[in-house]
Design a protein around this ligand. Sequence first.
Ligand code: F6P
Length: 521
Amino acid sequence: MGDLPGLRLRCDRSNAWRLLRTLHMAHDATFDLRSAFAQNPGRFEAFSQEAPYVFADLSKNLIDSTIEDQLLALARECGVEQHRDAMFQGAPINETEQRAVKHWLLRSPAAGTDAHDPDLAAVHAVLDAMLAFAESVRSHAAITDVVNIGIGGSDLGPQMAVLALDAFADSGKRLHFVSNVDGHELAATLRGLNPGNTLFLVASKTFTTTETMTNARSAKAWFLAGGGTDVARHFCALTTNVEAAAAFGIRTTFGFWDWVGGRYSLWSAIGLPIAIAIGGPGFRAFLAGAHAMDCHFRAAPLERNLPVRLGLLDVWYRNFCGFHSRSIAPYHSALRRWPAYLQQLEMESNGKRVDMQGNPLGFDTAPVLWGEPGTNGQHAYFQMLHQGTDVVPVEFVAVRDASHTLPGHHANLLANALAQAQALMLGRSDPGGHRDFPGNRPSSFLLLDALTPASLGALIALQEHRVFVSGSLWGINSFDQWGVELGKVLARDIEPRLASGDTTGLDLSTAGLLRRLRRQA
Ligand code: F6P
């Protein structure tokens, strides 16, 4: 009987967890990737697999089939499949907010297996309207620039995807993303823009986020001061808070629902910048790629289920091997915001320290995710990955087909990706010390045939579901984010003090900094 909602069992209370602890002791002392390949010529096949649009080579990870079998037993014992099914049935698995978790419905076809879902018709109605609007913007010659104002999930997802799909961007519009409340960003973006040629998308699930509202108000003031005459035509809102958007003076609003988490919202109206960039058919292909990954996650047996295998590997590395971080290495320049996007997805979802019941956890959760596009990272921090004292699993993403025609570049890029993964694993012995590479350093290699709307959709959905799997095992709520609240509350208290200079009740450090900022030190 489980101790979490839905009769689930928290991972550390399972038999499989205890067995994994024992296995780890022996494994840690003896496992070496080089001998694992030498002993098992079928290792590549056993630890690699196809999933929709993504081929994954997991063979250079610090696992063997005994470990993986036990991790799969952990998933079964802890009810990951039941939890997954509950999410896809629309159960309110976001318990702390009493909400369902249905971002997957946003990419479900109108007449598919989810046709019975009471929300599906509304999803498609908004999708159709939003894509029609995107087409009207694309064909509107007077609009040359589109500025998305949003932050967190209302920025990172669309921005990452618009950059990633720049080879498919055929609208001729310039897309800009403004997220930071630092006016430097908005001012730099507005410089050179003309109100009459600019469309602002105010993207905010809540329509209350300070950064976004501050930027939206300043954009409106700039628009009016520059002779802009029709706010209703030049501002569009993407939000669940339709009333607040109307109060702002916006008439064109595309809504979504409270069962879409901010970091899972790029499939909703929040994806409008993507649709403007690549067009309606491209956006539908993006959704279809993600849906294909949903089908895989829902139906594939656990041992060939890629999100499950990746999520289990994450638990193995974090809770048994004690690795603190994962480095994300996209070998494609268009994926340059991929690490930032994944940071929010995984660290906001799984950076939790209590279980669903509020009980403190006696084990670690989300690792730190960080990275830069390859090959740039190689010339910066890869030194530490190869020879530093910490072991950091690396997740490579590479794309077989180039999205340009410049000769020579792509083979060089791919050779570097393969070589780095190889060097991490094989190392090189040099008794002199400084030139010695220990090797046996783990990596996963995700490979796309081409970076297209569909493959990007599948790649993102893969990551969403792997985060679900580790969060489910840890027994945490991957779908709330209470940890971002305290800083917001304190900022509201501090802001007026910057003007008044009142330091009453402040801690001494904050008071000292505030005085310095007011030049009173
Ligand atoms: O502060 C965190 C957060 O709530 C994220 O979860 C969210 O993606 C972001 O702020 C933006 O929120 P909104 O879309 O409501 O403006």
